[in-house]
Design a protein around this ligand. Structure first.
Ligand code: CP
Ligand code: NVA
Length: 307
């Protein structure tokens, strides 16, 4: 695979996406069968976090261990990216010691700058613009549940945030149609929308925005939601909680969807806000498969970038 970093889904060709998903499935199968795969033996990953995490931290660390490598956690107070020293200097130093960098940052520019100045692969573990590893794990989950990704429809309900942006870009690459239901002012990133539209024309993926969540879910095979207030937006909590009230994923909304539609959420969920308990814990929910698949998808990404 001709790829040096994964900061955006836009860096993956449709062939590269297929390669990641294939390897993820193989590694998942091997791990379940107890077959070891030390493909990153002796390699080290630096994990740089400006924000909290459960899934990303655990899955990258466990993933490195399962591939024979080692992961080093660097929390918000350790490095202080751009405060104690510049992002470029951090990238240059880390490149002398480790074989890869995973970074969770506030500004997307920080992870992009790390990628520019590092001599080792940089993987985006969530920025304010994208969450590419989440989207790869999610499409692995959708593939396991629905088979062919081409020709199906994902309805994203709520905030057009980092998770929505990466799902939209990936949907366009694999031929899945993407319908977003969001209030005005909360649409996915405009320039990523345009690039997803262009990609979608080559794969048959349609891209649509509606205001009414019931209209979005009607034909959907997958219903996806995420928090209304992302990390770093806490001061907007009151306004956002008001604006997103009609966008809750609940059993009333599911009545307008196909009975075999699956429900997804990247977690952590704010139960009773963007999604109700009965839906999150209900028979259509696949949220724990998504969480598990973070491990397998990221092992594939690391294996291909750092192997
Ligand atoms: N979905 C996800 O990225 O979870 P964490 O914030 O816990 O890593
Ligand atoms: N959109 C959320 C995703 C958390 C995994 C956030 O950025 O906080």
């Amino acid at each position: 695979m001709n790829l040096s970093d994964l900061t955006s889904i836009n860096e993956l060709s449709p062939d590269a996406v297929a390669e990641v998903l294939d390897l993820a499935l193989r590694l998942k199968k091997e791990q379940k069968a107890g077959k070891e795969h030390p493909i990153l033996k002796g390699k080290t990953l630096a994990m740089v976090f400006e924000k909290p995490s459960l899934r990303t931290r655990v899955t990258f660390e466990v993933g490195m261990q399962q591939m024979g490598g080692y992961a080093l956690y660097l929390g918000p107070s350790d490095i202080q990216l751009g405060v104690r020293e510049s992002v470029a200097d951090v990238a240059r130093n880390l490149s002398r010691w480790v074989d890869g960098i995973m970074a969770r940052t506030f500004s997307h520019k920080t992870v992009a700058d790390l990628a520019e100045y590092a001599e080792v692969p940089v993987i985006n573990g969530l920025s304010d613009l994208e969450h590419p590893c989440q989207a790869l794990a999610d499409f692995l989950t959708i593939h396991e549940r629905k088979g062919d990704l081409r020709g199906i429809t994902l309805a994203y309900i709520g905030d057009g945030n980092n998770v929505a942006n990466s799902l939209m870009l990936l949907a366009a690459r694999v031929g899945t149609s993407f319908v977003v239901a969001c209030p005005s002012g909360y649409e996915p990133d405009q320039s990523l929308w345009q690039s997803a539209k262009v990609t979608g024309e080559t794969t048959g993926s349609r891209l649509l925005r509606v205001e009414d969540p019931r209209e979005a879910v009607r034909e959907a095979d997958v219903i996806y939601t995420d928090v209304w207030v992302s990390m770093g937006q806490e001061e907007e909590t009151d306004r956002r909680t008001r604006d997103f009230q009609p966008y809750q994923v609940n059993s009333e909304l599911l009545r307008h969807a196909k009975p075999d539609a699956i429900v997804m959420h990247c977690l952590p969920a704010h139960r009773g806000l963007e999604i109700t308990d009965d839906v999150l814990d209900g028979p259509q929910s696949v949220v724990l498969d998504q969480a598990e698949n973070r491990l397998h998808a990221q092992k594939a990404v690391m294996g291909l970038l750092m192997g």
